[in-house]
Design a protein around this ligand. Structure first.
Ligand SMILES: *Cc1c(COP(=O)(O)O)cnc(C)c1O
Length: 377
């Protein structure tokens, strides 16, 4: 039996008649980019996030880029974010011409350690970009508090955290803007690329709308230097079908995560930390183990797919050597990168499959020390 890390075919099969109908409706409509499906999805997604606006875009990366631009971030500015994230967070900051300034993560939550932010602020700092890693809400209240104090904006990277809540407010609604990805494997995924910026700020939403479509106020009248970051009708129509399932899917992810916690409690894997009051939507269920690579290999031999989110922090990526950081600069991120391992978790995962995974982890843990007696590192 093979249990994959994620099973997008199972998701499609569970909604096939509705997804097929939505796709055919678009194909027959003759409207393929920024039409009625995008508009409807935008209002439904804004309602889901509890924000006044959602602007549909062609990726989460575009969402980060345009949210930062719309907040006035540009050359000469500094933007504070974390090294333990998908590379797009840092790349989008560089796209604006600003310089990414990294701060290490909290050893428990692996999200931005807000207590390190104040020391990273200079007179050039313009924005803070917390990342809700793995689906767990970052400490947005502290970062918005610091931001207010220093006159900065917070742009949330909520690409992994659709629906994560704190005190009744959803990811994306805490900062000046929230950025989402609808890459297929995300908790809300298109049949291709997609993204969105959500915000309560009318002006910011209007600027993102202009920037995504060549800065054109009317066709061929360009009031800003913009981009082609438009969302397709096909993706919006499919996203609308899936958005209606999000409450149920998130609940399913949480139920499965609780089951993993129960079953793995006796093993020597470190389970994802609980952060008081902050909900986790389990984009991935990421455990930690000092012998991560042998654990992953043992699971693979037992037919269990795993993933690593992420094996190298951004500051150690060869392509980002130009940031000016090196090994040892962010020890908590570096250790996390060496230890994290994501187990299969998606709403369609059956409990018997989850139990098989948990048993495989248990067996692998028992065998791991015998196979690799050398200390980690
Ligand atoms: C997926 C992701 C992005 C980028 O989204 P794309 O839609 O792939 O461009 C940005 N940040 C994080 C944390 C992500 O997981």
């Amino acid at each position: 039996m093979h249990i994959p890390l994620i099973d997008l075919q199972a998701q499609y099969r569970s909604l096939k008649p509705r997804i097929d109908a939505a796709a055919l409706r678009v194909l027959e409509s003759g409207r393929y980019v920024l039409g009625p499906e995008v508009a409807a999805f935008e209002s439904e997604f804004a309602a889901y996030c509890g924000t006044r606006h959602a602007v549909g875009l062609n990726s989460g990366t575009s969402a980060l880029h345009l949210a930062l631009l719309a907040c006035g971030v540009g050359p000469g500015d500094e933007v504070i974010t974390v090294p333990f994230t998908f590379v797009a967070t840092v790349a989008a900051i560089e796209y604006t011409g600003a310089r990414p300034v990294l701060v290490d993560v909290d050893p428990g939550t692996l999200n931005m350690d807000s207590s390190r932010v104040a020391a990273a602020i200079t007179e050039r700092t313009k924005a803070i970009v917390p990342v809700h890693l793995h689906g767990r809400l970052a400490d947005v209240e502290l970062s918005t508090g610091i931001a207010r104090e220093h006159g900065l904006v917070v742009v949330e990277d909520a690409a992994q955290a659709h629906g994560a809540e704190h005190r009744g407010r959803k990811a994306g609604s805490f900062g000046a803007a929230g950025c989402f990805s609808f890459y297929p494997g995300k908790n809300l995924g298109a049949a291709g690329e997609g993204g969105a910026v959500v915000t309560d700020d009318d002006g910011l939403a209007a600027r993102v709308r202009l920037l995504r479509d060549w800065g054109a106020e009317h066709k061929y009248h360009h009031v800003l230097r913009g981009y082609n970051y438009r969302l397709e009708e096909l993706q919006a129509a499919i996203l609308r079908v899936k958005l209606a399932e999000m409450e149920r899917w998130t609940e399913a992810r949480r139920t499965l995560a609780r089951r993993y916690r129960d079953l793995l409690a006796g093993t020597d894997v470190r389970l994802p930390a609980h952060a008081a009051g902050r909900t986790h939507v389990y984009h991935v269920f990421s455990i930690r183990h000092p012998e991560r690579d042998s654990l992953a290999a043992a699971l693979a031999r037992q037919g269990v797919g795993t993933g690593i989110h992420y094996p190298l922090p951004v500051h150690l990526q060869p392509g980002y050597a130009g940031l000016g950081y090196g090994a040892g600069d962010f020890p908590i991120a570096e250790q996390a990168a060496a230890e994290v391992l994501s187990l299969p978790l998606y709403p369609e995962l059956r409990v018997d499959q989850l139990e098989t995974v948990a048993q495989a982890v248990e067996r692998a843990c028992e065998a791991a020390p015998a196979r690799s007696p050398a200390p980690a590192g």
